[in-house]
Design a protein around this ligand. Sequence first.
Ligand code: AMP
Ligand code: MN
Ligand code: MN
Ligand code: MN
Length: 287
Amino acid sequence: MTSLPAAALHAINADLHCHSTVSDGWLEPEALVLRALGNGVELLALTDHDEVGGIDAAARVAAAHGLRFVPGVEISVSFAGETVHIVGLGIDHRHPALSAGLAQVREGRDARAVRMSESLERVGIRDALAGARRFARNPALLSRAHFARHLVASGVMPDVRTVFDHYLVRGKPGFVDHQWATLEQAVGWIRAAGGIAVVAHPARYRLSAADLARLFDRFVAAGGEAVEVVSGAHTEDEMRRFATVARQRGLLASRASDFHGEKESAVDLGRCNPLPPDLEPVWSRLL
Ligand code: AMP
Ligand code: MN
Ligand code: MN
Ligand code: MN
């Protein structure tokens, strides 16, 4: 808890969600921190998918440059037939319950990648698994983003977004169903590790209004405390919509670029809009 006045708290350039090469970002943790510094970020969380392997390196570089750093993670969750992402902020990234949970979530990724590759093979795309692996610096964390990059590099599609639209989302030939963690597990692991659970980019889920309300009900019941109101994946309308959700449910608000790399991200590190001034920034609990 900080005793900073609200205006000073809001003025901090916080970016609490981004990715390194430990998951599907383009920059090594060290380079990511340096880019954040160059962009004027004052409080940074590294939140790789289902992995905390970049935290120590990022924290070291951040400390060397006087940048306040928050250890984080973005956990994949299955909810109502959709994949939902829960960010954990301020975690003890060595906590055994969290480590075991993340190891379990990662374990399924290889088998999923094999099935994705087989399914792409059936529509004439050969050797996608080997291709995707060439883009994954961390062999334990093969993401759909790595498949997308391979399909772009091999000339199948012009850009990553188009690959997703044609191949990697539900109903398309390269998509396979997968069981991730439950919402309660993800929030439970984050809390066990002393962290704050955050619903990541809530506007991006293809959930009915009723299912989205149930997501927040269960999230809050499990001890979740925050929502990404400002996200690189949100339009301004979506930001306003989830500002209302934060107010109605008394949730802390997060601000996050979800930066993956220069070529793939709409918003660069530290370049998000400010939070609406009446919301309580989640970083009031992280300083
Ligand atoms: P995975 O966790 O392997 O299912 O991969 C999810 C990742 O794919 C996300 O974190 C994004 O980096 C990327 N992704 C998902 N949907 C899209 C999309 N429509 N366009 C570009 N990248 C996407
Ligand atoms: Mn990603
Ligand atoms: Mn995400
Ligand atoms: Mn993300």
